[in-house]
Design a protein around this ligand. Structure first.
Ligand SMILES: *Cc1c(COP(=O)(O)O)cnc(C)c1O
Length: 402
């Protein structure tokens, strides 16, 4: 099997090697204030043969077990030794009963090592670094990507340099420092942090894990789709099964693009026979992708939502995610911060799963549109980050003074 980067816009392909990020031709169209152009996709040529690994190993097991049956552009032997992914698919019976929603499933990525979905991308990027003898990775983040890369870097023995806006929630900053990464605080927004970290990577040659810019961040985030199809299949007594609908909390659109790519791979491999409907769940104050789905164009506005992980002015992976959504009848939903607060409490108190605002947004979006989905269809809500990462937000929803 041969892996390549391919540009979805012009079809150019490139070797997957250090120093390659964007498509040479389409990357020239980049300009401030628009989504990244020339974002590359990982593709393989030839037949995929799953690597042999020990069956039946659970979450704490080796990388090889977690990656079983998932085609990835880095061999499993290079993945750092920490239990990323293989997260549970909850069948929340009390919540289902309370809301009369028998087809509701929760994909619980709060139990990744650093507490968020970002570990899936960090893990693949770290494996790539190890394969190529790279010792340092730099990135910009609103918080979770930083704490995630710092966490995975600690397990892998990599130096991690993080550019983080000063306003990032305290728990995420504390995580970064506990894991031993270098923290560079930025006086400004995530967008400024993004530019500063890229300038650092370009000047030093350090590997960039900037979301969307490094195509492996998208590919790493496809892994949850394989787990969903496998675990839903297991519930139904089949090897694989696709849900009818997947709700994805969306900021830059990297998780969304990765999740869609995962199901595209599953379809290509013949493991599923239809694509789910994908719902881009966004906060009203940061909804560029949902709005572009309606209007066809990106109109950039300054973001204003308390859901920090999905608060972006310019969705970095907006163009790539939008193409994927359009191809598969994807839809956008928006909710207010108040709806997110209420949904967070509903979810926690009726299921036992305490998720951060971005994830509560996905749940809130499902609550908003669920009547339009036939009751018996399988719906997966992706819960991407732990509620403990931002207790200042959660405290507002329950009138608790900190
Ligand atoms: C980053 C993040 C998101 C949004 O992912 P994008 O790829 O930016 O759309 C959602 N939830 C959590 C917990 C995150 O950290």
């Amino acid at each position: 099997m041969k892996w390549l980067y391919r540009c979805p816009s012009c079809g150019s392909s490139y070797a997957i090697e250090p120093g390659r990020y964007l498509c040479e031709a389409c990357g020239k169209k980049n300009a401030p204030g628009i989504p990244l152009q020339g974002v590359l996709e990982c593709v393989w040529e030839g037949n995929f043969v799953p690597e042999a690994s020990s069956p039946g190993l659970a979450v704490s097991a080796s990388p090889a077990a977690a990656l079983k049956d998932i085609p990835l552009p880095v061999e499993s032997g290079f993945f750092p030794p920490l239990p990323v992914g293989n997260t549970p698919l909850w069948s929340p019976s009390r919540l289902r009963d309370a809301l009369d929603a028998p087809g509701l499933w929760l994909k619980d990525d709060t139990c990744n090592p650093s507490g968020s979905y970002k570990d899936r991308a960090s893990w693949l990027v770290a494996a790539f670094a190890r394969k190529h003898g790279i010792k340092e990775i730099a990135l910009a983040s609103t918080g979770n990507a930083a704490s995630s890369m710092a966490c995975v870097g600690a397990a892998a023995g990599l130096k991690i340099t993080v550019y983080l806006p000063k306003a990032a929630p305290a728990a995420k900053r504390v995580q970064v420092l506990q894991y031993g990464a270098e923290l560079r605080e930025v006086e400004g927004t995530y967008d400024l942090a993004f530019d500063q970290s890229l300038a650092y990577s370009r000047a030093t040659g350090v590997l960039s894990r900037n979301t969307a810019y490094n195509p492996l961040t998208i590919e790493g985030k496809k892994t949850a789709s394989f787990e969903i199809a496998r675990d839903l299949g297991a519930w139904k007594g089949k090897p694989w099964a696709a849900p009818g609908h997947v709700f994805v909390p969306t900021g830059d659109g990297v998780i969304m693009a990765g999740v869609v790519k995962g199901f595209e791979d599953l379809l290509k491999l013949g493991r599923i026979d239809r694509m789910p409907v994908f719902w881009a769940a966004q906060a009203q104050g940061s909804s560029a992708i949902a709005r572009a789905l309606d209007s066809g164009v990106f109109e950039i506005r300054p973001s204003s939502t308390l859901a920090d992980s999905i608060s972006v002015d310019v969705p970095r992976n907006g163009s790539f995610a939008l193409e994927k959504l359009k191809k598969h009848r994807g839809r956008g939903v928006q909710v207010s911060d108040q709806e997110i607060l209420e949904a967070q409490k509903t979810l926690a108190s009726l299921s036992g799963l305490f998720a951060e605002p971005s994830s509560a947004c996905a749940f809130a979006c499902w609550l908003k549109v669920r009547k339009s989905i036939p009751r018996e269809e399988d719906v997966v809500v992706m819960l991407t980050g732990s509620g403990l990462k931002d207790i200042a937000f959660a405290a507002r929803g329950i009138g608790c003074r900190l």
